[in-house]
Design a protein around this ligand. Structure first.
Ligand code: AMP
Length: 499
């Protein structure tokens, strides 16, 4: 037997010509723009809770709602925020519109509200004018967790008063608003002086950083002459190390600014609001003066890892209104909180909210005649104030009960041929799965009685209020019977979140 191996016959295998895969799609589906976010139904309960708490607190402190347009003259922001700020230089969405006007999607609220104050002669109203608003803003920033190109803020502004108590009140509104949402926040506070003392301080700062210029990041090298204060809050580790020993403005405040700042701190002590003095809080925008603050979530361990970004920021802007054309000094102060950041912080703390979309009752029907009758019955029950969901398209009873279960509804009404003939309806308790036949004429009374024991029903009322807020309809946004979804703390029993 020969041990010689037969030479391997190597067949040349023709590599198959792979035809490019044909997409069966005629058109590629459109996608979200980078940095944008859809706000899906699951998230609405968080937004709803935040908006309702904001409304409650704003109204109780005497603030009135204002809504300004999303689109403004680009020059409004260039003049107020400042040409050499990141927001204006790098992040603002500005373009020429069809009339050849230079316009911008608003990157913040303060400038628009200051414009509206002047334009509508609000200096003739009782001062100070206290305003609040909510809405989307746009910044072409680098997207990352909690940072979007379209994001929402809630914002409060007090225009026409320079007293320290205004700053303290704004800070306490933020503090208690976050507390009501289940969040502990720490105020980081600083004073950045005014036109009297800040220029001298900036000179000291420039001397300090110029001596260390070669170790600064490229961004900070540019900021050195244009926006020197921002060197203090650069996130680059090398710059942070240098900034550590930089002169602090607190040592360079003029007497009126120091006095103002001390009073703000005394008032915070009085109201027992915890704060940290932080010389790095300089805010990025040109219009700020004196008090500047940011809120950070106080979290432990893993929670902290998930959320280190500021929840809110604000400050005094005593010179802005004159810069925008007010004929006399109009001191002002305000702050804004990022709604997506608040939601992230709430989720990081495992704060669960009941779904907004739990109806009072689900109506299941069987058969063509029952289907017809159901449509009328649903309207009748809705007129009587119940939230009724149901699938009027023919489906098996078990499929309909499955949907009712998934919705977390307490009761399902079942209407079939037999009930239709008898003038009755079945009330099914979804927790116990027990059923009872009830006279259809008495169904409203029966439901009212049963739902009183299952108060989930009050929650969906908030949906309408949210819609009104989203549509910027002031009057209807304040619906007295609206019930804010209860914030459920970790460990507490929660209602189902509907997917
Ligand atoms: P600012 O107007 O920059 O002082 O920001 C105030 C608050 O708005 C911040 O503390 C954040 O909570 C939020 N915020 C600012 N920029 C963004 C962004 N790009 N995406 C999401 N939230 C933001």
């Amino acid at each position: 037997m020969s041990t010689k191996k037969k030479p391997a016959v190597t067949k040349k295998v023709e590599s198959p010509v792979v035809a490019p895969k044909k997409s069966r799609r005629k058109y590629e589906p459109p996608q979200l723009l980078k940095g944008m976010k859809d706000i899906l139904p699951e998230e609405q309960s968080y937004r709803m809770a935040i908006l309702r708490k904001l409304e409650d607190i704003a109204i109780s402190y005497g603030y009135q709602r204002i809504d300004t347009p999303i689109l403004e003259q680009a020059s409004l922001f260039q003049r107020s925020i400042g040409e050499h700020t990141d927001v204006v230089e790098k992040e603002m969405y500005n373009f020429e519109d069809k009339s050849g006007d230079q316009v911008a999607l608003r990157p913040e609220f303060t400038a628009s509200i200051a414009r509206a104050y002047i334009e509508h002669g609000m200096q003739n109203r009782t001062q100070p004018v206290k305003l609040y608003t909510v809405g989307p803003l746009f910044r072409h920033d680098r997207p990352q967790a909690g940072r979007y190109r379209q994001f929402w803020q809630l914002d409060l502004e007090v225009i026409g008063e320079g007293q320290p108590v205004i700053d303290a009140e704004l800070i306490s509104i933020g503090y208690f608003l976050f507390k009501d949402l289940g969040l502990d926040a720490m105020v980081n506070i600083n004073s950045i002086g005014d036109e009297q003392c800040r220029p001298q301080y900036i000179q000291h700062l420039q001397e300090y950083f110029r001596a260390r210029r070669k170790n600064l990041c490229d961004n900070c090298k540019l900021r050195l002459s244009k926006n020197t204060l921002r060197l203090l809050d650069c996130k680059e580790p090398a710059c942070q190390e240098i900034a550590q020993d930089a002169p602090q403005i607190i040592d360079h405040l003029c007497a009126p600014c120091r006095d103002h700042f001390v009073k703000v701190l005394e008032l915070l002590d009085e109201t027992q609001i915890p704060y940290t003095l932080n010389p790095k809080i300089v805010r990025g925008l040109d219009y700020y003066s004196r008090t500047a603050w940011e809120f950070f979530p106080v979290m432990q361990g893993e929670e902290q890892m998930q959320s280190q970004a500021a929840l809110a920021g604000g400050g005094r802007y005593d010179a802005l209104l004159q810069k925008l054309g007010a004929t006399q000094p109009v001191p002002a102060s305000g702050f804004a909180a990022g709604i997506e950041r608040l939601i992230l912080a709430m989720k990081a703390k495992n704060i669960m909210l009941p779904s907004l979309y739990v109806p009072d009752v689900y109506l299941a029907q069987l058969g063509a005649s029952a289907q017809k009758r159901s449509l009328r019955l649903m309207e009748q029950l809705r007129q009587a104030g119940f939230k009724v969901w149901g699938n009027l398209v023919k489906e098996s009873l078990s499929a309909q009960l499955k949907v009712a279960n998934k919705l977390g509804v307490s009761f399902t009404l079942i209407l079939g041929q037999k009930e239709l003939l008898d003038g009755t309806i079945i009330v099914r308790d979804m927790d116990s799965n027990s059923q009872e036949i009830v006279d259809i004429k008495k169904i409203e009374k029966e439901l009212a009685k049963r739902l009183e024991k299952a108060p989930v029903s009050s929650i969906p009322k908030t949906v309408g209020a949210y819609d009104a807020i989203a549509a910027n309809i002031d009057e209807t946004a304040i619906i007295p019977e609206v019930v804010t979804p209860e914030i459920v703390q970790p460990g507490q029993k929660t209602l189902p979140i509907v997917e």
